[in-house]
Design a protein around this ligand. Sequence first.
Ligand SMILES: Nc1ncnc2c1ncn2[C@@H]1O[C@H](COP(=O)(O)OP(=O)(O)OP(=O)(O)O)[C@@H](O)[C@H]1O
Ligand SMILES: [Mg+2]
Length: 344
Amino acid sequence: MSNTILSVEGLRVQFSLRGKVLNAIRDVSLTLEKGESLAIVGESGSGKSVLCKTFMGLLDANGSITAGHIWFGGEDLTQYTTEKQWLGIRGKKIAMVMQDPMTSLNPLKTVGAQITEAVVLHQGLSGEAARAETVRILGDVGITDPERRYKQYPHEFSGGMRQRVVIAIAVACRPEILICDEPTTALDVTIQAQILHLIRQLKEKYQLTTIYITHDLGVVASVADRIAVMYAGDIVEIGRCEEVFCDPRHPYTWALLSSLPQLAERGDELYSIQGTPPNLFTEIQGDAFAPRNPHALKIDFVKRPPYFEVSPTHRARTWLLDPRAPKVEPPESIRKLREGGLWK
Ligand SMILES: Nc1ncnc2c1ncn2[C@@H]1O[C@H](COP(=O)(O)OP(=O)(O)OP(=O)(O)O)[C@@H](O)[C@H]1O
Ligand SMILES: [Mg+2]
């Protein structure tokens, strides 16, 4: 029996901006298994948020899906046209914790009232039962003294605690899929680790399927089952966590991994990826990463690579995996990783 909860096929998303067309998602296919945690990593602008917004009908008004399917619960979400249809999905079945916790909370309402709204709407509870459920969820997301905290306003919470409240609202909706869009960038590293740990606990407790979106490959090593690496609106490599960390195949993944501070030897200068991402307003020829890729082949500038399978769970879109390509060894830092650097 298939365990797939969400399946994306050949998805393309475009935005129109001042008469021009921006290709934000360029032919993405992805299946999400029930109960797994997938991390989506990539530079700013690579399409991580836009991709996940299509699962909830949250694209900005100037954006549209121009090709592909998103299968969820036997329906193709790309065919949804009305808000009413989306209300059956958004929050209810798929919930998203947004990048900025301050903008997703209402400063004028108590934290308790905001969580209770979701409890009333999605769990059908009311009165004392709804209040009790809210207090219980506050405890679940690690807020101490929830009875007192219930009556406080967002500004009385620290950044990390506010992030927990936003997660509490998402969990109160009892979704099947929880998407966390960079739950951590604005937070310091210790709090970041705590939030990731919390999401991991909630995933077990509520049997959630989770997607984490982040710039930082380093933070997901401990929490993700699988990693999808995005570049210029495309998933260029996807595999199980250990496959992407220990046997990465796409030069962009090499570059991302090489720039992890965890990998640098003391005193070494930190590696940073040269060049800039491509202009998404023009049709990209070949491999979008080619101009920044020190290992690029001629064909990389001409023809877009297909996916090559590395294992049944691991594939990468790079001509380097074509049997005709010359053998290119990954950079030194990647070889060190394979020998155990990050896993020690
Ligand atoms: N409403 C919009 N109009 C025009 N372009 C947009 C719009 N929304 C997103 N884009 C563009 O789509 C591309 C993907 O954006 P997206 O927000 O998904 O990036 P991201 O990977 O989430 O980046 P970050 O890490 O900075 O959050 C970017 O080039 C962005 O400028
Ligand atoms: Mg984003």
